[in-house]
Design a protein around this ligand. Structure first.
Ligand code: URP
Ligand code: ZN
Ligand code: ZN
Length: 475
């Protein structure tokens, strides 16, 4: 007789964003078809006795194989990036198809599709990055891409080759409102950063640690407030990405208290690193932790933890931005130590995002297991229109699952699967790690990585469910 299920994950301690319960998980054709006790035998069985099983993670902010300028190249493409994701419990990734100024957005999406095809081991969707909102982009390309399932886009308020002015931001937010998309804002004041950078460089202060001084919290606070005001003017929800600490959080709380739909994301670097990791002296070692906004201090880490616990944040992402320390294409462009303003921004973290939050958040009692699931899977899936296919354990959802193993393990870059030659968390003790990852019912990680290039599919995103059901036309 044929088995009812392709696979049964038996005796699971199932964790969702709303509750935890004991169940067997029955899987057919890559989807969950039954949850219950003592399900009939499957063709294949995995015993999860005593183990927590969460939905596979949704990493809604990571950078893979993006076009970069000059000699700099990202170290991870869709192969190595999704390999690392899978081994760290992430089964859906949302990297960025970035428009180059003077080029079309549709062109960026097509090129990015080609770079991903046949490589990814886990499913993925794309955010767009809008750097050149021409009349054609605003009235044709963006609406067409939103209709095709690219329903979120990032707007930069800083970086010379990417930033938009306030008027351009209003234009893009208006399109988001009219067509039911979600805008993500990188909130830092570009002019203040430029002014501070000039002064630091003029004073000969070029080492990596001065990166943090060139982007103090004030520049993030001001831009966060401005982003909120611009969104209020257009009357559309926004999501502020990589929020680093107290002053930006205060702005978001203020907006929420007014009833504005302002959502927020934070990342591991704002919980586990401080500005001191950029260096206490002028050594170049700190280049590995150069990212924007920069990590702050311990007091700010606590404020971020509070925001994770009390629901301020909807999304916890890695902001994986893979640049190697060695070689010619990473943190030392052309092999040279450069001044802080020329160090490629970003740090790796796609594989460590979930185990770090589980270890330091759930197992140290800072957040509940349900909240962990919400932040790492359900929240991002909802925010970007992938729920309930992704981000939960429910009948009808994709069988993307992580079986967790508790126990001590020291984090070593040598054990990770990305193509970056360091982790900023080297030597940190983890207390939990994914023992097994399933992507649409297939085991892709069980202590060994089971490569499935091309198994990962490009997902069309629906309407972000943080948005109101229908939005009237722009004022
Ligand atoms: O420093 C960072 N975060 N680099 C990645 C690009 C971005 O702004 O997210
Ligand atoms: Zn950013
Ligand atoms: Zn980023």
């Amino acid at each position: 007789m044929n088995a009812l299920f392709d696979l049964v994950v038996r005796n699971a301690r199932v964790a969702t964003a709303s509750d935890c319960f004991d169940a067997d998980i029955g899987i057919v054709g890559g989807r969950i078809t039954q949850l219950g006790k003592q399900l009939p035998a499957g063709q294949r069985e995995i015993d999860a006795l005593g183990r927590v099983v969460t939905p596979g993670g949704v990493d809604a902010h990571c950078h893979l194989d993006e076009i970069t300028s000059g000699p700099v190249r990202m170290a991870d493409d869709f192969d190595t990036g999704s390999r690392a994701a899978a081994c760290g419990g992430t089964t859906t990734m949302i990297p960025f198809a970035a428009q180059l100024r003077g080029h079309s957005l549709a062109e960026a999406v097509n090129a990015y599709r080609a770079r991903a095809a046949h490589k990814a081991h886990v499913d993925y969707a794309f955010h767009l990055i809008v750097t050149d909102p021409t009349p054609d982009v605003l009235s044709h390309e963006l609406p067409a891409l939103i209709a095709e399932g690219f329903t979120s886009f990032k707007i930069y308020m800083t970086y010379d080759d990417m930033k938009l002015g306030d008027g351009q931001i209003l234009d893009v937010l208006s399109v988001a409102r009219q067509h039911g998309a979600l805008a993500m804002l990188h909130a830092e004041n570009a002019d203040c950063i430029q002014w501070l950078t000039r002064r630091l460089l003029d004073a000969g202060q070029t080492a990596p640690r001065f990166h943090a001084q060139s982007r103090p919290m004030l520049v993030e606070r001001e831009a966060t407030h401005r982003a909120i005001a611009l969104a209020e003017l257009v009357d559309t929800p926004i999501l502020i990405v990589h929020v680093s600490g107290r002053e930006a959080i205060e702005q978001i709380r203020w907006a929420r208290a007014l009833g504005l739909k302002v959502f927020a994301e934070t990342c591991p670097q704002y919980l586990f690193l401080t500005a001191e990791d950029l260096g206490l002296d002028d050594s170049y070692h700190g280049a590995r932790c150069v990212c924007s906004p920069p990590p702050r201090d311990r007091a700010n880490q606590e404020v971020v933890w509070n925001g994770l616990a009390d629901g301020l944040f909807s999304v916890f992402s890695s902001d994986h931005a893979p640049f190697r320390m060695d070689g010619m294409q990473g943190k030392r462009p052309e092999g040279c130590e450069v001044s802080f303003d020329h160090i490629p921004n970003g740090i790796p973290g796609i594989e460590t995002r979930m185990p770090l939050l589980y270890s330091e958040g759930v197992l140290k009692g800072r957040i509940t297991l349900e909240r962990f699931v919400e932040l790492t899977a359900t929240g991002p899936a909802k925010a970007y229109g992938l729920h309930p296919r992704k981000g939960t354990i429910a009948i009808g959802s994709d069988a993307d699952l992580v079986i967790w193993q508790e126990g001590e393990r020291v984090l070593r870059n040598a054990d990770l699967h990305h193509n970056v030659d360091y982790t900023p968390y080297e030597g940190k003790t983890l207390h939990a790690w994914p023992a097994l990852t399933l992507s649409r019912g297939e085991v892709i990680w069980d202590g060994q990585f089971h490569a499935r290039p091309g198994h990962g599919q490009l997902l069309a995103c629906g309407r972000p469910s943080l948005l109101p059901a229908a939005q009237a036309r722009c004022p």
